[in-house]
Design a protein around this ligand. Structure first.
Ligand code: UDP
Length: 373
């Protein structure tokens, strides 16, 4: 029988940060993951010299200097700045919504002209307090940008009409009246040179790590797949909180993503790491060309088309669907979790929150501060 202070379920960024900090404080940690590899959705895999973002594009960005320095302990970051472009039918626009977008859309030059155009488009709508994503988007950028660059993309990504989605989702994107295509407003941004997996590898040094291990099977049998009997003091669970509680308050909804990845015998397929396809008729939401995250010069390239779907058992959950209905159900789980002293929930699935990577690390560090105060 091997006894650990902590069992961490899920070797993603939350679990790995927690494990690293717990080990620094002399605790013994067992980390398990049901996948056959570590690093959760930030997992990258090298192919033909290109680091493939296997579970979708991950661009690290933060305004928190402490979090930036924390991550830089584990990898050196390059100076990549995310500047996606959007394709709508035969038109191409810069993202996020900025003067380059507006100038192309309306053939105008100045911020005053762009603001006047937006004001003219929304004056009839009389939106005072946006109640949903559609109203929020319209009130920020007007009808043209909404119809061409937001409506179709959002409905594909979320599988729900924009009127049934929370406004905060669109507020993730900067809106600027300057000619600046940086997708983020954060002070620090980059991609770890050599990929993300090495970060998690370093964080997990010193822990016992078992992949292809289902938590629920372990709990039932008390044994790992190889027969080792294990026990632990406290659990850190980064899977779906509703699954942990056997869906006792009903299931939570998630969105899933599927990637069709292709190797192409050409050097540069689309000239950018991220190209969004914003019309509803194109079945995928975006195409990622992985080499551009690290300014790759390889003779061939790898691209991934990203398709969104509703989550169902057997596929990977990626995004919580934080509408009012799900948030109310989640609250019941969160209340139950608060009185459950032997388990800590973390990450996008454990806390049912649309976290960015920097916020995951911040949340894990907060949790550590609370746990080891
Ligand atoms: N969005 C959009 N058009 C785009 C890109 C994003 O309407 O071309 C909206 C969409 O509603 C999306 C949200 O902005 O869900 C947030 O986009 P982000 O790129 O932050 O999503 P993520 O990279 O997390 O999937």
């Amino acid at each position: 029988m091997k006894k650990y202070d902590y069992l961490v379920v899920g070797a993603g960024l939350f679990g790995a940060t927690f494990a690293y900090e717990a080990m620094k404080r002399g605790k013994s940690v067992l980390v398990i993951d049901k996948r056959d590899h570590i690093a959760g959705n930030i997992y990258t895999k090298e192919e033909d010299g290109i680091n493939v973002h296997v579970y979708g594009a991950h661009i690290f960005h933060t305004s928190d200097k402490k979090i930036w320095e924390y991550m830089n302990q584990f990898a050196e970051f390059n100076n990549y700045i995310n500047s996606p472009v959007a394709v709508y039918k035969d038109e191409l626009y810069n993202l996020p919504f900025n003067m380059n977008t507006f100038s192309k859309m309306w053939n105008i030059k100045t911020p005053a002209e762009a603001k006047a155009k937006i004001a003219e488009q929304i004056k009839e709508l009389n939106i005072t307090e946006p109640k949903n994503l559609e109203e929020q988007a319209l009130s920020l950028v007007g009808t043209d940008v909404y119809e061409k660059l937001i409506k179709g993309y959002t409905q594909k990504q979320w599988g729900r009409p924009c009127t049934e989605l929370p406004a905060f989702i669109i507020k993730r994107l900067p809106l600027r009246f300057t000619y600046d295509n940086n997708y983020f407003n954060d002070r620090f941004q980059g991609i770890p040179m050599g990929g993300y997996t090495q970060i998690v590898e370093k964080m997990l040094q010193g822990a016992d790590v078992v992949v292809s291990q289902d938590y629920f099977k372990l709990v039932q049998s008390g044994k790992l797949n190889d027969g080792t009997e294990v026990s632990w003091g406290k659990l850190v669970f980064t899977g779906q909180i509703d699954e942990y509680y056997n869906s006792c308050f009903g299931p939570l909804e998630y969105r899933s993503v599927r990637f069709e990845t292709e190797k192409l015998d050409e050097e540069n397929y689309q000239g950018n790491a991220v190209v969004n396809y914003t019309e509803a008729e194109v079945p995928y939401t975006r195409i990622i060309e992985h080499k551009h995250f690290e300014f790759g010069k390889q003779p061939t390239t790898i691209i991934s088309r990203e398709y969104s779907s509703e989550w169902k058992p057997g596929v990977e959950p990626y995004y919580p669907v934080n509408n009012d209905k799900n948030n109310a159900v989640y609250q019941q789980y969160a209340d139950k979790a608060a009185s459950d002293k032997d388990v800590i929930f973390g990450g996008r699935l454990g806390q049912y929150k649309y976290y960015d990577m920097d916020k995951v690390v911040a949340a894990a560090l907060e949790c550590v501060a609370h746990e080891f105060n």
